[in-house]
Design a protein around this ligand. Structure first.
Ligand code: HEC
Length: 120
C-alpha cells in the first residue's frame, strides 16, 4: 500500500518541479558549499529549513536571500556569494532547500523501514 502511494506520488507534477530545483542546485554548484544535512562552508539545508519553515512566505524570503545573501543571519560562517539569477529560479532553489532536499532523506528512511513496518 505504501509502495503504491509512493509510486503514485512520484508521478505527480510537483515532483518534477522538485527535480528542477535540484538541477539548479547542481548547475549553480550550491553543493560546493552546502549539503542537505551536513554543515559545510555554509549551513546545512536542514538548519535553514528549521529556521525558516516551509511556508510559501518562507520560500519567497529564502529566494530573495539566495539572490542577495545577508551574512549577519549566520554569524560564524563565511559570506555566501550573491547569485544574480532570475527570481523564478531562486524560488525553485528555495523550495528545494526548504522542502524537497529534506524529503529526499525522509523518502530514503521510509523505504528502509518499509519491510518492518509494512510487511511483517
Ligand atoms: C562559496 C560558498 C557558497 C556557495 C557556492 C553557496 N552558498 Fe549558500 N551560503 C554560504 C554561506 C557561507 C552561508 C551563510 C552566510 C551567509 O548567508 O552569507 C550561506 C547561506 C545560505 C542560505 C541561508 C540564507 C540566510 O540568510 O538565511 C541559503 C538559503 C543558501 N545559502 C542557499 C544557497 C544556494 C541555493 C546556493 C546555490 C545557488 C548557494 N547557497 C551557494 C555559502 C555558499
Amino acid at each position: 500500500m505504501l509502495l503504491m502511494v509512493l509510486i503514485i506520488l512520484s508521478t505527480l507534477p510537483i515532483f518534477s518541479y522538485a527535480d528542477e530545483g535540484k538541477q539548479l542546485y547542481m548547475k549553480y554548484n550550491c553543493s560546493g558549499c552546502h549539503s542537505p544535512y551536513e554543515r559545510r562552508t555554509g549551513p546545512s539545508f536542514k538548519e535553514i529549513s528549521q529556521r525558516y519553515g516551509t511556508s510559501q512566505k518562507a520560500i519567497e524570503k529564502v529566494a530573495k536571500l539566495i539572490i542577495k545573501p545577508n551574512p549577519s543571519n549566520w554569524p560564524g560562517f563565511a559570506y555566501m556569494p550573491p547569485y544574480n539569477i532570475p527570481y523564478e529560479e531562486a524560488l525553485k532553489l528555495a523550495e528545494y532547500v526548504l522542502i524537497h532536499s529534506q524529503k529526499e532523506k525522509k523518502k530514503e528512511k521510509n523505504l528502509n523501514s518499509l519491510p518492518s513496518s509494512e510487511f511483517f
